[in-house]
Design a protein around this ligand. Structure first.
Ligand code: ADP
Ligand code: ZN
Length: 220
């Protein structure tokens, strides 16, 4: 098996977390989700957790120095030969430049989803408090209302999944994060792009596509 170091890009609600969790189950890769790391830190209620919470709840990006320190720490604790998918990092050019110094990247996965689908999805999204799994009250319901299928944890609505904050997050994705796709184009990292054009897109279909493209690139 090849070692694969992947980045997954997409606007909030494009399915990064959902698909990377499934890639983790199918391919045994490690998933490092910046959003999950921050939500755990927010729950701990440490000083740093409270600082992070102020940014996340306003839909703003957490400042680069904090993000970079947290991420470097997480990567340093990972076995060297393990394949991984980074979800939610890098989100700025400065973060991408730091990442280049830490590790090479083998593939970029881009999820293209129109804004109207994102807004529909995010406003009915629910998250497991315990394991971070994502559900949707309209098209990806849990078997038992309010309970996570995977771990039995309680489901909640993220405080940043409300219309005003969603709008801010989409704007920051367009201005700060999507330019990174051009950055990776110039570094010749292979790109897998999946475009969603309908509201109800079975996650397994998207993951089948990503897995098949990874195989073509000899990454799995
Ligand atoms: P989204 O659904 O918006 O992609 P995430 O769960 O990935 O949500 O991230 C939630 C929030 O955490 C972001 O809106 C942002 O405030 C913060 N965050 C996550 N990753 C980063 C990062 N790399 N740089 C700055 N802020 C980040
Ligand atoms: Zn769970």
């Amino acid at each position: 098996m090849h070692k694969m170091r992947a980045l997954i890009f997409g606007a909030p609600g494009s399915g990064k977390g959902t698909y990377s969790a499934r890639l983790q189950d199918r391919l045994g890769v490690d998933v490092i989700s910046m959003g999950d790391i921050f939500r755990n830190m927010m729950q701990e209620n440490s000083i740093l957790g409270r600082i992070i919470k102020r940014y996340v709840e306003a839909g703003l990006l957490v400042p680069d120095p904090i993000v970079i320190e947290v991420l470097a720490d997480r990567l340093a604790n990972m076995p060297k030969e393990k394949s991984f998918v980074l979800d939610g990092f890098p989100r700025t050019i400065a973060q991408a430049e730091v990442l280049e110094k830490i590790t090479p990247i083998d593939v970029v996965i881009e999820l293209a989803v129109p804004d109207w689908i994102i807004i529909e999805r995010l406003s009915s999204r629910r998250i497991c408090k315990n394991c971070g799994a994502a559900y949707n009250l309209r098209f990806m319901k849990p078997e038992v209302e309010g309970v996570c299928d995977r771990c039995g944890g309680t489901l909640y609505q993220r405080s940043d999944d409300n219309p005003a904050v969603i709008k801010m997050r989409l704007e920051l994705y367009a201005s700060e994060t999507s330019p990174l796709l051009r950055f990776y184009e110039t570094t010749k990292v292979p790109l897998i792009k999946h475009t969603t054009d309908q509201l109800e897109m079975p996650p397994e279909k998207v993951v089948d596509y990503i897995e098949q493209e990874l195989k073509k690139l000899n990454l799995f």
